[in-house]
Design a protein around this ligand. Structure first.
Ligand SMILES: [Zn+2]
Ligand SMILES: [Zn+2]
Length: 152
């Protein structure tokens, strides 16, 4: 997936009925270009507050969520994380892996859930937070190398 250009970002916002303000385009591009859900704090950290303050970035996250361009991917640990909602969604629902050691939340794009044919459950699941909790490969690697050092 290529990076979202500023023009494409503007067009997506217009198509969703939103004004393409500069911070909104910036937040949308960041979410689209990042392959994992981001919390408000992470958005602020990455975009910086030179041009817009944290509250402005937060309002725009919410706006994108309301307009269906982003969605809440996870609320693990009381932290709301947002991700861009791809054009292929909601047909494609992927679970999120939350690491209980480092707290990272990662999209598991390859692991799609088979959605039941039952309409009521379809709807409920398309809207649900699919969360897998465990230890991410990075944290597993760390404890493994610790363990092998101990073994020597
Ligand atoms: Zn981890
Ligand atoms: Zn995701």
């Amino acid at each position: 997936m290529g990076k979202l250009s500023r023009e494409d970002g503007r067009r997506m916002l217009h198509d969703a009925g939103l004004r393409a303000t500069a911070p909104r385009v910036a937040v949308l591009r960041l979410l689209t270009d990042t392959d994992r859900p981001l919390s408000h704090a992470e958005v602020v950290e990455r975009i910086g507050t030179d041009d817009w303050d944290a509250a402005t970035l937060y309002r725009n996250l919410i706006k994108l969520d309301e307009a269906g361009l982003a969605r809440v991917a996870s609320r693990v640990g009381g932290v709301t994380r947002f991700e861009a909602k791809g054009a292929d969604e909601p047909a494609h629902v992927h679970p999120h892996f939350a690491c209980r050691d480092c707290g990272d939340v990662i999209c598991l794009h390859d692991a799609t859930l088979s959605i039941p044919k039952n309409d009521a459950w379809r709807e409920a699941l398309l809207d649900a937070d699919l969360q897998v909790v465990g230890r991410c490969p990075g944290c597993r690697g760390k404890s493994k190398s610790r363990a092998s050092k101990r073994a020597k």
